[in-house]
Design a protein around this ligand. Structure first.
Ligand SMILES: [Zn+2]
Length: 172
């Protein structure tokens, strides 16, 4: 399937547990970014599925930045490797903010990068360029697909961990 079809495809609804696990990422994203080097080589953590519902809906058109689930490692890699597109400075203290979620409109092209700063600021930064960000994230997911296939071959019975499992491993 073409990875650049932005209209929402039929997808299974995530379970409540999956949604709660994704919320745990929203709450603790800063720590997971900071310690990315500790866990990024561990496939069970890299391929934790996030159900972020990065969709935009208007007049019956539903478009999505990337279809759920988005792998945790792919999401973070994308944000770290494209500082010009995804990182910004905190309006309160000036430190770099790494967003934990973004949604926007393919019609207007705007994107809201939702993030939280170490100083306590939490909010969104509005930028333009919906399509280039959607492409960057989809390209990252596509480039991780081979690694994912190998992971599944090596672990046919067990899948990825959860954000909660990663927390326990990192002793957060
Ligand atoms: Zn700040």
């Amino acid at each position: 399937m073409d990875k650049y079809i932005f209209f929402k495809q039929d997808a299974l609804r995530p379970s409540n547990e999956q949604l709660l696990d994704t919320k745990l990422f929203y709450l603790n994203a800063g720590e997971l970014y900071r310690r990315f080097d500790d866990w990024k080589d561990n496939d069970q953590f890299y391929f934790i599925p996030l159900y972020m519902e990065m969709t935009y809906s208007c007049a019956g058109i539903v478009a999505e930045i990337a279809p759920d689930p988005v792998w945790l490692g792919s999401f973070i890699t994308c944000i770290l490797e494209h500082p010009d597109m995804f990182q910004y400075n905190c309006p309160k203290c000036g430190k770099v903010v790494y967003p934990f979620r973004y949604v926007g409109s393919p019609l207007s092209g705007t994107v809201h990068l939702e993030g939280r700063c170490e100083c306590g600021w939490r909010g969104v930064k509005e930028v333009s360029g919906w399509r280039i960000r959607a492409i960057a994230l989809r390209d990252q997911i596509a480039s991780d697909k081979l690694r994912y296939r190998i992971f599944r071959l090596l672990h046919p019975m067990g899948g990825a961990s959860t954000v909660e499992g990663l927390h326990e491993w990192l002793r957060l």
